[in-house]
Ligand binder design. Structure first.
Ligand code: ADP
Ligand code: ZN
Ligand code: ZN
Length: 763
């Protein structure tokens, strides 16, 4: 399998190459090409001298001349690849993205390679591990005790062995016919499979060997027959194969979007095309991967931050060499080379985690659209709660909308209702009405979930005598009380200390824990329903190895009948028995300062609500609020996300926020508040002046500089300046001019700065 061909016509005559290096400078570097090397290969790696170091970089282009004075030009030390590692189209996209997001081009291009290749490792897919169950399954299982991941691994390997020896298997010769599985299969069971496997390997219950053959998966299940709307959507996607086109798959929660993806992927694979699937959460990839490997034959690769460097490089090379039929990954997978790319899927396209929040601040959804265009492939953005950007792209005709309006398999949509908690006594944040509803659902054999997007016991420790709260010493934030550990923790910088028994300000012992978090709610529910098993799912309760899998398993199997959790519970999960969802802290989202606050509140409510009643029984969703008359909340609850989104979109239009304008943020931070603000002021002064001399004062509005809403974080003070423009080009040009001088601006030199184009939040 060859990678994309490059035009080496003039490369053989080239004397100079332009190299991308992992340094924070917005340029490429010229080097002299040595004659004794083969002709330079754009997209291939080279080792070059840089200052006193030697760096590994990527050749971006070749030329017959250089503007660098001959005396200062150095020579390439070594050419590493004899074939391009990054194909031409991807290199162009990376250069475009570096310019668009105003991030140093060398960092963008080198960061597209997995760590091993960045350090110069061989770019050939090496040997892959295969695992086989070598003893009797029942015997191993009997000795396992309560080890859910190990149990699942053994069961999975036992099934593979049975399948391999069964009569009706097809005759094709392939890896896995010996009943072995590879890392991708086991990864699908749990992100922590390797640690769980270790003792089993040691005991000899499972054996491991290395193989050079392709890891091929075989589907074990054909899946359900698609319903009418699903078929229409699938057929539209299959018809579109072969050309770029953008679709919004707007389907209510549980409407069977994943089934539409699966059948479209199968069609793409049958035509020899690769599919790229982007998903937002790490926690979601193993589950989705399990479903994909159940249903798709071929070479499946998953790429996410839970992999070690070796696994990641393996997957990357399988994709880049065109072996992988499907690549499922989080954000950064959008930058993987895919020579046969024919279909791009972005699941939960509204999710903010698709935007990188530091360093190279790209939006994976937007780059996915570019990938599709470059590869002449359709791109499907799927969601039950589409982003307003995508809704608007449907309205303007840039995207074609495909709708799934009904839940699959006959389940009905959940019923939403508000609980007015004004002037009502709440017990630990829970209204009587909600507690009664929980009791009813439990009595009927259902499962109930309480959602609160705050972990810990209480968000504030307040003194009853002087009114002082226990604050973080490094942030403008209260410390959160964690009761089980007896610690106060800052959820912004991670600082912690023991919970004091006396007020740190006045010494009083009359301290109150004010407000609720998951820990407190779980405790209150345990008291109200003493015999009911509870699963609590948040970052604290799932930190221990295997804990998340364990809790999710208890929730899915129905062994835990009460679930309490943060947004970790909101996305994608399918809990068959869940019939009631209670949402506690919706009011915070109603009055957020960020222009996206309302949109995000609506998405979260609908996603959380979507966990209820996904099978036979009707789901009910109760939302506690002190603002039951709020028109936005009324619209959301009464008319659903579509109507809600239309109103929010209209507000955005009037206020001229994205998608009706384009924004970028310049952020600074420094150890002293005035320095961050001063630096931004000098940036604003430059911009004012620059816009004036270009006659562009009208084209780009500056808002700020102003301190960030939470000014102090981790001991540094933060400020921000917002640039807003109607024309993307005007905004871009202004930022380009700023970046070209920013390091020379006096007061900027002593602060940290960053630029965020199309920010998802304004903090
Ligand atoms: P979504 O991705 O829209 O949330 P899923 O694809 O996960 O929805 O489907 C929800 C559930 O409905 C899954 O258990 C799935 O297997 C089932 N399902 C999907 N499509 C069908 C269908 N056509 N017939 C029967 N069950 C279906
Ligand atoms: Zn006090
Ligand atoms: Zn802090």
């Amino acid at each position: 399998m060859t990678l994309i061909e490059v035009d080496s016509g003039d490369a053989s005559a080239a004397e100079f190459v332009q190299v991308a290096l992992p340094v924070p400078l917005a340029r490429l570097f010229d080097y002299r090409w040595k004659e004794q090397l083969h002709p330079p290969i754009p997209g291939g790696r080279v080792e070059v001298p840089f200052g006193r170091r030697r760096l590994i970089g990527v050749v971006v282009s070749c030329s017959a001349g250089s503007t660098v004075p001959p005396g200062r030009l150095r020579s390439v030390g070594r050419a590493i690849d004899s074939r391009p590692l990054l194909p031409q189209a991807l290199l162009s996209l990376l250069r475009w993205a570096a310019a668009y997001y105003h991030h140093p081009v060398g960092e963008v291009i080198t960061a597209a390679l997995p760590a091993g290749l960045r350090k110069g490792a061989d770019a050939v897919p090496g040997q892959r591990e295969r695992f086989t169950l070598s003893v009797d399954a029942t015997e191993v299982l009997a000795n396992l005790g309560r080890a859910p991941v190990q149990r699942a691994l053994v069961e999975r390997l036992a099934r593979a062995r049975t399948a391999a020896t069964s009569e009706d298997r097809t005759a094709d010769d392939r890896e896995g016919d010996d009943g072995s599985l590879d890392a991708v299969d086991l990864q699908a069971i749990s992100a922590r499979w390797r640690a769980s496997l270790a003792p089993l390997l040691e005991r000899g219950a499972i054996t491991r060997r290395l193989s050079t053959r392709l890891p091929l998966n075989r589907a074990r299940d054909a899946g359900p027959t698609l319903a009418g709307e699903q078929r229409v959507a699938r057929d539209a996607l299959i018809d579109a194969l072969g050309a770029y086109r953008a679709f919004l798959l707007n389907g209510v929660t549980g409407s069977g979007k994943t089934e539409v993806y699966l059948q479209s992927i199968r069609a793409a694979r049958d035509r020899g095309l690769q599919t790229l699937v982007l998903v937002p959460e790490i926690a979601l990839t193993p589950q989705l991967m399990a479903r994909f490997s159940e249903r798709l034959s071929g070479c499946l690769v998953s790429l996410h931050s839970g992999l070690n460097d070796g696994e990641r490089q393996q997957g990357w090379l399988l994709a880049a060499h065109g072996h992988a039929d499907v690549v499922i990954g989080t954000r950064s997978a959008v930058l993987v080379p895919l020579p046969r790319l024919g279909l791009v899927i972005v699941d939960e396209e509204h999710d903010g985690s698709l935007k990188q929040q530091d360093g190279f601040r790209y939006h994976a959804r937007d780059l996915a659209l570019m990938r599709g265009r470059d590869a002449s492939a359709p791109v499907v953005l799927g969601s039950a709660t589409p982003s307003l950007e995508s809704m608007n792209n449907v309205l303007t005709g840039r995207f074609q909308e495909l709708r799934l309006t009904e839940r699959a398999g006959g389940a009905s949509p959940p019923r939403l209702a508000l609980i007015d908690i004004r002037r009502r006594a709440l017990s630990e944040g829970l209204s009587e009405a909600l507690v009664e509803a929980i009791a009813t659902h439990l009595d009927d054999g259902g499962q109930a979930m309480v959602f609160i997007n705050r972990r810990g016991f209480a968000p504030t420790l307040l003194c009853n005598d002087c009114g002082a709260a226990a604050d973080c010493r490094a942030c403008d934030a209260h410390m959160t009380v964690h009761a089980a550990s007896g610690r106060l923790r800052c959820h912004h910088c991670g600082a912690e200390r023991a919970t004091p028994s006396r007020c740190e300000n006045c010494g009083s012992v009359r301290l109150d824990r004010v407000g609720q978090g998951t820990e407190r709610i779980a405790g209150a529910l345990a008291e109200a329903f003493p015999d009911v098993p509870i699963a609590r799912i948040d970052r604290d309760s799932t930190r221990r190895k295997g804990a998340l899998e364990h809790e999710l398993e208890r929730a899915t199997s129905g062994r835990a009948r009460l679930l309490v959790g943060t947004q970790m519970l909101a996305k994608g999960h399918h809990f068959p028995a869940l019939t009631l969802v209670g949402i506690l802290d919706v009011d915070r989202g109603l009055f957020g300062t960020d222009f996206r606050a309302l949109e995000q509140m609506g998405q979260l409510v609908v996603q959380v609500a979507g966990r209820a009643g996904r099978e036979q029984r009707q789901g009910e969703v109760l939302i506690q609020t002190r603002h039951p008359d709020n028109p936005m909340l009324q619209t959301l609850v009464g008319q659903g996300y579509g109507a809600f989104a239309q109103v929010v979109l209209e507000e955005r239009r009037i206020a001229e926020w994205p998608p009706f304008s384009h924004v970028a943020l310049v952020r600074t931070d420094a150890p002293a508040p005035e320095r961050a603000l001063d630096a931004l002021q000098s940036i604003a002064d430059f911009l004012d002046h620059d816009l004036a001399i270009r006659g562009a004062v009208e084209a780009v509005q500056l808002l700020g500089p102003a301190p960030a809403p939470m000014e102090r974080l981790g001991g540094r003070f933060r400020a921000r300046l917002l640039l807003q423009a109607h024309s993307r080009r005007a905004l871009h040009e202004t930022l380009t001019r700023l970046v070209s001088v920013i390091d020379e601006l006096d007061r900027v030199r002593t602060v940290r700065w960053s630029i965020d184009v199309d920010p998802v939040d304004l903090f």
